[in-house]
Ligand binder design. Structure first.
Ligand code: RTP
Ligand code: MG
Length: 139
């Protein structure tokens, strides 16, 4: 299991609000190397599959609708201790609770439209990276 990679998405709210460039800058300034990068969109079916772990949660259908509401940016990032360090860089799920200077504090609008995704374990980082990228799309 790799411990130096994580997976992220810039979510539809942040893309629609013109924050792709600023968020990528923050990621690079945070010491992460971009290994794979894609401007794409999730259908409701694909969003449901991606977030299947949250199927029983009350916010699941709202989350699936939101994540399929517009284009996203997907990326695989590399850094020592990537999963944990990236979750520090993005801040708490609820942007009102996110630390100053974190990506969610700066760019998120609500607990659902919270600008970015970050993998929560090395295992999920690998699964989520494979969901979006083939071997030919990683550098
Ligand atoms: P993510 O997976 O997107 O990086 O976010 P996270 O780990 O901080 O939060 P998680 O618990 O995995 O929830 C996944 C996403 O679901 C939405 N959510 N909405 N309405 C709500 O109470 C609620 N709670 C979570 C957010 O978009 C969250 O990022
Ligand atoms: Mg999560």
């Amino acid at each position: 299991m790799e411990t130096n990679k994580t997976f992220t998405m810039i979510k539809p709210d942040a893309v629609a609000n013109g924050h792709i460039g600023a968020i990528l800058d923050k990621i690079i300034e945070g010491g992460f190397k971009i290994v794979a990068l894609k401007y794409t969109a999730l259908t409701a079916e694909k969003a449901g599959e991606f977030y299947a772990v949250h199927k029983e949660r009350p916010f699941y259908s709202g989350l699936v609708n939101f994540m399929s509401s517009g284009p996203i940016v997907a990326a695989i990032l590399e850094k020592e201790n990537a999963v944990e360090d990236f979750r520090k860089l993005i801040g708490a799920t609820d942007p009102t609770k996110a630390e100053a200077g974190t990506i969610r504090q700066l760019f998120a609008k609500s607990i659902e439209a919270n600008a970015v995704h970050g993998s929560d374990s090395d295992e999920n980082a690998a699964i989520e990276g494979n969901f979006f990228f083939s071997a030919f799309e990683r550098f």
